[in-house]
Design a protein around this ligand. Structure first.
Ligand SMILES: NC(=O)c1ccc[n+]([C@@H]2O[C@H](COP(=O)([O-])OP(=O)(O)OC[C@H]3O[C@@H](n4cnc5c(N)ncnc54)[C@H](OP(=O)(O)O)[C@@H]3O)[C@@H](O)[C@H]2O)c1
Length: 279
């Protein structure tokens, strides 16, 4: 809504066509901006991510700002590609989406990638021997791990793309009363949803820092950092660890079927680690 108000051409990438179209119509009506569209994207399917990018490229010659916002938080489930769902939707789907858009972002540089993380990344643990989370699954642990992966990816994209004038930012929107807790079952879920209604920010308030990273002029020097309440904070040293980023990068390449892009001497390790992500 905020981006449409500012006159941007906005493409909403949604997994439910009808819902997406209804939201796009509503934003058009409220902002008087006719350039708001919805396109189909299911981040729980690598095939859908590829199809979305093809559709997008057919109709959209430009892309200046990619906002990786979608998330799953809920009971143990898997994606269409048999990957633990929080990791698959919140991280791997966005990993592929971003990868497929790099060329376009490069052509339209200076451009921006905004990864909506969460402060939970600080409590995330990445066990490469059990990426499927067969052991010790909990809703929060899986979510925190997916957000940790997204945080590591934010730093890695910054390392790789900053010199190409593609600026990557992490954003923690703060605790917001959105639909995120909808899949949390039982009494805990009910309590969390009540708490969210009373104590959390509104979705509009939560969106402010995302919008800031999308449009602010003097943020180039803060690329690679995480923004909270429109202030940039350096990611902790463990998030910036190069070896961990390399392992995650290689495992992700294997999971999306791009073994040919992994250094030959690293393929074996990557394959073994990535395969622990599969059911
Ligand atoms: N809410 C918070 O307190 C909070 C705190 C920190 C960080 N965040 C982060 O903020 C971002 C936005 O979350 P939110 O709070 O707005 O939650 P939300 O209301 O649940 O929104 C998540 C969005 O992701 C979409 N989505 C889920 N699975 C998808 C899939 N497979 N393919 C495509 N889209 C999918 C949902 O689509 P549908 O409408 O079709 O379900 C929904 O529009 C997330 O990255 C979340 O981790 C939120």
């Amino acid at each position: 809504m905020e981006l449409a108000k500012r006159g941007a051409r906005v493409i909403l990438a949604c997994r439910d066509r009808k819902k997406g179209e209804a939201v796009a119509r509503n934003i058009k009506k409220k902002t008087m901006n006719p350039n708001v569209y919805s396109m189909l994207l299911d981040l729980a399917s690598l095939h859908s991510v590829r199809e979305f990018v093809e559709d997008f490229n057919r109709s959209e010659p430009q892309l200046h700002i990619l906002i990786n916002n979608a998330a799953y938080l809920g009971p143990k489930a898997t994606t269409d590609d048999h990957i633990e769902r929080s990791f698959g939707v919140n991280y791997l789907g966005h990993f592929l989406l971003t990868k497929l858009f790099v060329e376009k972002l490069h052509k339209n540089a200076p451009s921006r990638i905004i990864n909506v993380v969460s402060d939970s990344y600080q409590w995330g643990k990445l066990d490469f021997q059990d990426l499927a989370m067969h052991h010790n699954y909990s809703i929060y642990r899986a979510y925190a791990r997916s957000k940790l992966s997204q945080a590591i990816h934010t730093v890695e994209m910054h390392r790789r793309l900053f010199k190409e004038c593609i600026w990557t930012f992490g954003v923690h929107p703060g605790a917001c009363n959105t639909e995120l807790l909808r899949n949390w079952p039982g009494l805990t879920g009910q309590l969390l949803r009540v708490m969210a209604r009373i104590l959390f920010k509104t979705p509009e308030q939560g969106a402010q820092t995302i919008v800031y990273c999308a449009v602010a002029e003097k943020v180039r020097e803060q690329a690679g950092m995480v923004f909270v309440n429109c202030n940039a904070i350096q990611f902790a040293k463990r998030i910036r660890d190069y070896q961990q980023a390399r392992k995650l990068w290689n495992a992700s390449l294997h999971l999306i079927g791009c073994d040919d892009e992994i250094e030959p001497e690293e393929v074996e390790e990557a394959t073994h680690e990535a395969d622990t992500a599969l059911e």
